[in-house]
Design a protein around this ligand. Structure first.
Ligand SMILES: Nc1nc2c(c(=O)[nH]1)N[C@H]1C(S)=C(S)[C@@H](COP(=O)(O)OP(=O)(O)OC[C@H]3O[C@@H](n4cnc5c(=O)[nH]c(N)nc54)[C@H](O)[C@@H]3O)O[C@H]1N2
Ligand SMILES: Nc1nc2c(c(=O)[nH]1)N[C@H]1C(S)=C(S)[C@@H](COP(=O)(O)OP(=O)(O)OC[C@H]3O[C@@H](n4cnc5c(=O)[nH]c(N)nc54)[C@H](O)[C@@H]3O)O[C@H]1N2
Ligand code: SF4
Ligand SMILES: [Mo]
Length: 693
């Protein structure tokens, strides 16, 4: 079937920052999209989308959809969303004029682009935006809130951490879902896991929380938050002690195996048990199961990375399959994001300006600090006086929300927000520009959960006066007379440029074929096993193992953080706060503006263990105050044995004052890389008390 056929059905794919990248088809009648559903023959989607996106057309035609450019009414306060509509020509002239004036006064680094993965489409996510900001010489943003810490840890071992083809989990006999909530965050992988299980696979979830995935697994190992490296050390100790190390694999494919084993040898399992909360028998069972229940795979996404020691945790997990030689069998090894496969073959021919020195680089986790005028504790010169936000909702998703909001409220900051709906971030803008949705623009979709490349053709004309991100940057570049490569390329040209590759994984895959077939699997050989197939990209081509050491993050019980004053932070704030992706109908901060997507409880609730609740006289349903030095929230408590003593959780993604008012913006930086990696959202200490106290 052609992508756009006579029956008015247009093929596309979901743009959300979700590993599944489902293929969909949109039925159009009289220029209006009337139906959107999953494509039956897609190996992952198999005709089903998800509770978030089944009603995507409600979002496209939402009465609250932004339809025209808006400018802030003079004299109104930022944040109160007092806007008046105006035309595109005036909007482009205003934004171009203000950016040019800021650059003339302070130099181009005064402009901060702030964007993330509102759409993962390669064209609308950043291709033209990056060309625009490079030509301008703006401050560069490390877009590192998701996936980079996990990548750094796995790359330390693998060079380029391709990981297993997730479809090969079908062949596994042991599957460790380690810090990933598959049923909620990666639901289209679940049928593969269930099929493996029907053939005898054992499914183990390693997670501090009894998640819905943990409930459905064969075993749940409820470790203490942030203690994974200690658990891996214990497992390696047992493997070594019990003769389960694959010595031949270590000798042939790795370096540093002896150092790794030596660091695990002195481990005292009783200490591991008290550090991790996992008893010795379970540690021994886990080691034996992973070594002997073969093929044995470990599945990770990013749950572990949002911690100060997240990189080390991901490094530890990447090393474990080498110790047992799990990679030897198809269906064994490390199964992680497949992003590297696509990054390898789909590249913008316009090179990025990578200046490590200039333009200066800031990490997006530090937005609050940056807008307050410092970065890594040094004054920012020039200060940020203009910010352009697209594909992102920093008022909700960035750590240390109060600092972010204080920055957004600055009268001397000129803020442009390109959005589909009036998010909390857009409310603070000087200019809001209406953005198209996925069924209104073309894009090329890679995936971090499988190996299929999809083309998304627009099904309908833009709703209202919405424009694709690319078109806004083209218009701004022209209005500012910017001189740079590819600034006038149209969107279809951008797609062709990405596909124009000599790499064998893209042989025979071009726009024409994608137009006919909708989606195509990269030509990665079936059963590709990166370490066995010569794809280890370390300098000597061997997996790089080495010493492993458990060090808790500063802001964990037992960590060394002190906060204000000299008392240990956990003396004042004894509870760990975890904010995961919990709701089936939210996708990060998407959809929380829509009551139809809210869970039954209708508000974000704090889950607290009965032990901690009783110690504070808190009952199920009570209103409580959750607080630390960064902020304070009032929410309802849910007394629940899904968490554990010392751990409270709150869902992430709700608009308004939310869990990020409390979260830790520290960036894990073990390599001294000047702030690379993601924020330690989950290394957050809090205290709670009854709200009336
Ligand atoms: N406390 C806590 N905080 C977290 C996390 C957590 O687990 N806990 N997770 C972190 C992670 S992993 C991530 S990925 C980030 C997500 O952070 P974001 O990428 O900012 O989150 P989203 O809500 O997916 O998308 C942001 C906005 O993009 C807009 N958008 C979608 N498509 C388009 C488009 O085509 N054009 C334009 N202009 N806009 C578009 C949407 O309307 C939406 O408001 O949050 C991080 N923050
Ligand atoms: N429904 C839905 N699906 C989504 C999203 C969404 O918002 N909603 N967001 C998408 C995005 S952007 C991403 S990045 C992915 C993330 O996908 P996942 O990585 O699967 O999701 P998270 O909820 O961030 O974290 C997974 C699990 O890690 C656990 N965890 C936290 N700390 C630790 C620890 O110290 N050790 C161990 N072992 N486990 C720990 C949490 O309790 C949680 O259950 O999901 C994507 N899919
Ligand atoms: S959000 Fe994820 S599961 Fe839902 S349709 Fe999009 S890609 Fe599929
Ligand atoms: Mo993410």
């Amino acid at each position: 079937m052609a992508l756009v056929d006579d029956s008015g059905v247009v093929r596309g794919a979901c743009h959300h920052d979700c590993p599944d990248t489902c293929a969909w088809e949109v039925t159009v009648e009289g220029g209006r999209a009337v139906r959107l559903r999953g494509v039956d023959d897609h190996p992952f989607t198999a005709g089903e989308l998800c509770p978030k996106v089944n009603r995507y057309l409600d979002r496209v035609y939402d009465p609250d959809r932004l339809l025209t450019p808006l400018r802030r009414i003079p004299g109104s306060r930022k944040g109160e969303a007092s806007f008046e509509p105006f035309g595109w020509d005036e909007a482009i002239e205003l934004v171009a004029g203000r950016l040019s004036a800021a650059v003339a006064e302070h130099g181009p680094e005064t402009v901060l682009p702030y964007s993330f993965a509102g759409t993962q489409g390669l064209v609308q996510m950043g291709m033209m935006a990056d060309r625009f900001f490079d030509a301008l010489g703006a401050t560069k943003l490390q877009r590192h809130l998701c996936g980079v810490t996990a990548w750094l840890g796995a790359a330390d071992v693998h060079g380029s951490p391709f990981g297993m083809d997730p479809e090969d989990l079908r062949l596994s006999r042991t599957i460790l879902l380690w810090g990933t909530n598959t049923l909620v965050t990666n639901r289209h992988l679940w049928p593969t896991i269930e099929a493996a299980r029907a053939d005898g696979a054992t499914v183990v979830v390693v997670d501090p929380v009894l998640t819905s995935t943990a409930e459905r697994a064969d075993h749940h190992i409820r470790l203490r938050p942030g203690s994974d490296v200690a658990l891996v050390l214990g497992v390696i100790h047992v493997l070594d002690r019990d003769g389960l190390v694959d010595r031949d694999f270590l000798d042939r494919y790795t370096t540093g195996g002896d150092e790794l084993l030596a660091s695990a040898r002195p481990v005292d399992l009783a200490t591991t048990a008290s550090t991790t909360g996992v008893d010795v028998a379970t540690i021994e069972w886990l080691a034996h199961t992973f070594a002997t229940g073969r093929p044995a795979a470990m599945r990770v996404l990013i749950g572990l990375e949002h911690r100060q020691n997240g990189q080390e945790a991901h490094r530890a997990l990447a090393m474990l399959p080498a110790v047992t030689g799990a990679w030897r069998e198809r269906g064994g090894g490390l199964c992680r994001s497949t992003q590297d496969y696509f990054d390898h073959v789909l590249t913008d021919p316009v090179p990025r300006r990578m200046g490590d020195q200039r333009p200066r680089v800031v990490n997006m986790a530090a937005l609050g600090e940056v807008l307050a005028g410092t970065y890594l504790d040094r004054p920012l010169d020039p200060p940020v006086t203009a910010m352009v936000v697209h594909n992102c909702n920093p008022a909700t998703i960035t750590p240390d929300q109060n600092a972010v909001l204080a920055g957004l409220a600055r009268d001397d900051l000129f803020t442009v927000v390109m959005e589909q709906t009036m998010t909390d971030t857009a409310r603070y803008a000087d200019v809001v520009l209406p953005a198209t949705t996925q069924i209104e623009h073309i894009d090329l979709m890679n995936s971090w959960g499988h190996l299929y490349l999809s083309l998304n053709r627009p099904a309908i004309a833009p709703v209202g006066q919405a424009l694709p991100n690319t078109e806004v940057f083209r218009r701004l570049a022209a209005a500012m007379a910017l001189d740079g490569p590819g600034l006038a390329d149209d969107d279809e040209t951008l797609v062709r440029q990405l596909l124009d590759s000599d790499h064998r994984w893209l042989d025979g895959i071009d726009l024409e074929r994608l137009d006919v077939e909708g989606w195509v699997r990269l030509n990665v050989p079936e059963g590709f096993t990166p370490p066995m197939d010569g794809a280890t990209a370390t300098p000597d081509g061997r997996l790089r193992l080495g010493r492993l050491e458990y060090r808790p993050g500063d802001e964990l019980p037992g960590g060394s953080g002190t906060g204000e004053g000299t008392a240990h932070l956990s003396d004042r704030f004894p509870l760990s706060l975890l904010s995961r992706k919990q709701h089936l109908r939210f996708l990060n901060s998407h959809y929380s503006g829509s009551v139809a997507h809210h869970p039954a409880e209708g508000e974000p609730m704090l889950e607290v263990d009965p032990v901690d609740a009783e110690a504070r006289g808190i009952h199920d349903g009570d209103r409580v105050r959750v607080f630390n030095d960064r902020g304070s929230l009032e929410v309802r408590a849910m007394v629940s044995d899904r968490v554990q003593p010392g751990l409270v959780t709150m869902p992430f993604g709700w608009w308004g004052p939310g869990v990020n008012a409390l979260t830790n913006p520290t960036v894990g930086d073990p390599g001294g890389n000047g702030g690379r990696g993601s924020a330690a959202f989950h290394d957050t200490l809090v205290e709670i008390e009854g709200a009336s106290a």
